[in-house]
Design a protein around this ligand. Structure first.
Ligand code: ZN
Ligand code: ZN
Ligand code: FE
Length: 765
């Protein structure tokens, strides 16, 4: 089967024989497509069998012309469109070149070599960088990208740096953050009161020994503060959890190198490529099944995956060289707040968490978290789009003429918020901002939007927002403009998946997540749509059930279970033998009955996320949660992957169809009472969801295309089983690659959904 790969390469790839080089290997591999210079590098599209495309990708990286340098390499697999030959295409008209800002790029091999060369003038210098690597987005204050518009403007270049900067033959020609120990920023280690402990390289050595002694150190990284600590010591991890108010949510790890990482995690070639990429995200990897208790199991309790990364900045390389052990490297914040970027702010906000502060005097213009990615069926799936990726644009295809020329802001959703701006054919997506649940995140949201307005020099008054009237993002947009359009949450998810995969024609979109405001005022989250170039129509959903306590039910899976079982059994359900009921005391039960009977604070929902919660609660895996998705994750992780059985379900056909979960829940309760292992019940539950998607696909996906979007598809058991099952039945399955399947993708989806909107919204000139 042929596939099309679309590759965007940025870096020094123009005028260095890059296109003829691509042409040559494409021909050798008999691939069809094209290569073209783009505003920030080259774009390649190629069609052929998947294995050959993988070889093509590897060969570009390995055999590229010596003088070229790839700073970013993003690719996604798409449907083939039937290229007949391979062409070098003439450049598109270059528009708005200035709008392109490079993300922060991990340290290049040349700089690394110099940094560890005792004869080099930048020996052990933590701010070494060149045209091919170093900070970008996190230091830019304004465009154009010149030193005077970056936070490096405070440092006057020394003679030698200036010569390098002005020499077109030098690797540092016009490298805006150029610096050396003579003229650039430096590091200092402070105690928690801000007193100097030591500086320069001594500070690295001292930091390493503080970490080894069990201290928690806040370090000022590329896009903000990180908290680092010994990942192998249970007591240290416990201490960090306590101080950071992060009870069970997994921590990310940084390993000294790939070898030590491979001792702990399983790494396939696509994952290795991702770990070593210039974007260097946190990669979710399966932990090797061993007895080894290092790193500490408390890093990611009850979780078969670890989020791991390799050193990506000079500072990290130096630190890890001294440390030689895996460390926790988590964002420097308290629970869901944004990361700190300023050292004095850090002293204040992180003073109760960190024992020491490794700081420097290069200001950070905006915070940029570490990105998170995983590999699904050989394809990269970005879970959190931030450092290394933001704010690179994604192209948007086939826009109606009147939208094409408009600049539009999208303000995203509520959880995992991101914002986006559409200019022409490009959508620039912000770095991950976070949940808009606290004042600091809300300020960060406002600042990011203002930032985008300023950077992209736009005062457009067109806003798209979520349909939820209470979301802060929606209210903010409304306060800023009269030209505001709201897009239903799950429609935005469907649009984002369709657009990033460049799907044409009619497709079935399965959108499952935790919460989204429905057009009927209820809470949606188990939706089916048919979408195409012109419209997105809801054709079905899960049967609705009451959520006693509303918002509170999101934190207490047992409330979802209560609501669903009450729907089945009414007031007599406490006599049904279900163990979870004992987690409520008598007064609570009375109160919830009353709420349900009188329909007080019991919003109705079709959310699949909440159904996951219910099953997790009934199996007593989790009654209350500490972070979003925790109950569903536990259900995923205990599932027996060899079980193929599933439960019965009903499809009620009305005007639109309704999936009835009642038989599923009854079977879960029966199985439990009959002593079936939880691992089997959990697997059967997952398999049932896969079976539901297959059944609906057979009924409605006439063109055999199925899109999967929404937070539930972060569940790799569900996602991979669904893909395999559908592909076996000859469906084409599209899931997310560059855009998060969770609410981080909503801003992009809001813009992608514009083509489904009544065009009158955009007045013609
Ligand atoms: Zn470099
Ligand atoms: Zn210098
Ligand atoms: Fe969502």
């Amino acid at each position: 089967m042929f596939e099309r790969v679309k590759i965007e390469i940025r870096g020094t790839v123009q005028g260095v024989g890059f296109r003829p080089f691509i042409y040559k290997i494409a021909n050798e591999l008999l691939l069809k497509g094209f290569v073209q210079n783009s505003t920030s590098g080259v774009t390649i599209e190629c069609e052929g069998p998947r294995e050959t495309l993988e070889v093509f990708i590897d060969r570009i990286r390995l055999e590229k012309p010596k003088i070229s340098f790839i700073s970013n390499f993003e690719y996604s697999f798409l449907e083939p469109i039937g290229y007949e030959d391979f062409k070098i295409v003439n450049s598109r008209k270059e528009t708005e070149i200035n709008a392109f800002i490079l993300p922060d790029i991990s340290t290049c091999p040349d700089c690394l070599k110099e940094m560890f060369d005792p004869k080099d003038r930048r020996y052990l210098y933590p701010f070494i960088n060149c045209t091919n690597c170093g900070p970008r987005y996190s230091i830019i204050e304004e465009l154009p990208y010149d030193r005077c518009n970056t936070t490096m403007k405070h440092f006057k270049m020394c003679k030698i740096c200036e010569e390098e900067y002005n020499n077109p033959l030098d690797r540092r020609y016009h490298a805006q953050p150029i610096a050396c120990p003579e003229c650039g920023p430096h590091i200092e280690l402070w105690d928690k009161h801000g007193n100097l402990v030591t500086k320069y390289y001594e500070a690295i050595i001292e930091t390493a020994s503080k970490v080894m002694e069990g201290n928690i150190v806040a370090i000022k990284g590329i896009g903000g503060f990180q908290l680092i600590a010994d990942a192998c010591d249970d007591d240290v991890v416990k201490n960090l959890r306590k101080r950071k108010h992060r009870i069970e949510k997994p921590f990310a790890l940084m390993f000294p190198d790939l070898i030590t990482l491979k001792e702990v995690c399983l790494v396939n070639p696509a994952e290795e490529r991702l770990l070593l990429s210039n974007e260097s995200p946190i990669v979710l990897l399966k932990r090797k099944p061993t007895e080894k208790s290092q790193p500490s199991n408390l890093v990611a309790p009850d979780n078969p995956y670890l989020g791991v990364m390799l050193p990506y900045s000079p500072l990290h390389h130096l630190l890890m060289k001294e440390l030689k052990i895996p460390i926790i490297a988590t964002s420097g914040n308290i629970s869901e707040e944004p990361m700190c970027v300023d050292e004095y702010e850090a002293l204040e906000r992180l003073g109760n968490i960190a024992d020491y502060f490794l700081v420097h005097n290069r200001p950070i213009a905006r915070y940029v978290d570490d990105s998170i990615a995983r590999v699904i069926q050989g394809k990269v799936m970005i879970v959190r789009r931030a450092r290394g990726y933001a704010p690179f644009p994604l192209e948007i295809k086939n826009q109606p003429e009147d939208i094409k020329t408009k600049t539009v802001f999208a303000v995203g959703g509520y959880l995992k918020n991101t914002v986006a701006i559409k200019k022409g054919d490009n959508v620039f997506i912000s770095q991950h901002i976070g949940d808009l649940s606290n004042e600091k995140s809300i300020l960060a949201f406002q600042k990011t939007l203002e930032d985008f307005q300023q950077i992209y020099k736009s005062n457009s008054s067109f806003f798209v927002a979520d349909a939820h009237p209470d979301y802060y993002s929606t209210q903010y947009a409304k306060s800023k403009s009269k030209h505001i359009l709201t897009i239903q949450h799950h429609v935005a998810h469907a649009a984002s998946c369709r657009e990033e995969n460049q799907v044409t024609g009619n497709a079935l979109a399965v959108v499952w997540d935790g919460t989204g405001y429905g057009t009927d005022g209820t809470v949606w989250g188990g939706e089916f749509f048919i979408c195409n170039e012109h419209s997105c129509i809801r054709i079905g959903h899960f049967r609705k059930f009451p959520l006693p306590g509303g918002e509170q039910a999101i934190r207490e899976p047992r409330r979802s279970a209560f609501g669903m079982l009450w729907e089945i059994y009414g007031n007599s359900f406490s006599e049904v033998n279900i163990p979870f009921i004992k987690f409520f005391n008598k007064d609570e039960i009375k109160l919830i009955y009353k709420m349900l009977e009188q329909k007080i604070n019991c919003p109705f929902t079709s959310s699949v996320g909440r159904i996951f919660d219910s099953v997790a609660s009934i199996l007593n895996l989790r009654q209350k949660i500490n972070f979003e998705g925790q109950a569903a994750m536990m259900l995923e992780f205990i599932s027996d992957s060899n079980t193929e059985d599933f439960y019965n379900f009903d499809i009620i056909k009305n005007e639109i169809f309704v999936i009835d979960w009642e038989p599923i829940l009854e079977s879960v309760v029966n199985d439990l009472n009959n002593g079936s292992p939880k691992s089997i019940i959990a697997a059967k539950f997952h398999n049932t969801l896969v079976e539901i998607i297959l059944t609906i696909s057979k009924l409605f996906a006439e063109e055999r295309k199925v899109l999967l979007s929404g937070g539930c598809f972060q569940n790799s058991y569900l996602l991979e089983k669904t893909i395999k099952k559908l592909e076996k039945h000859n469906f084409k399955v599209f899931w997310h690659q560059k855009i998060p399947t969770n609410d981080g993708g909503i801003s992009y989806g809001q813009i992608a959904a514009l083509k489904w909107v009544d065009q009158d919204f955009f007045p013609t000139k």
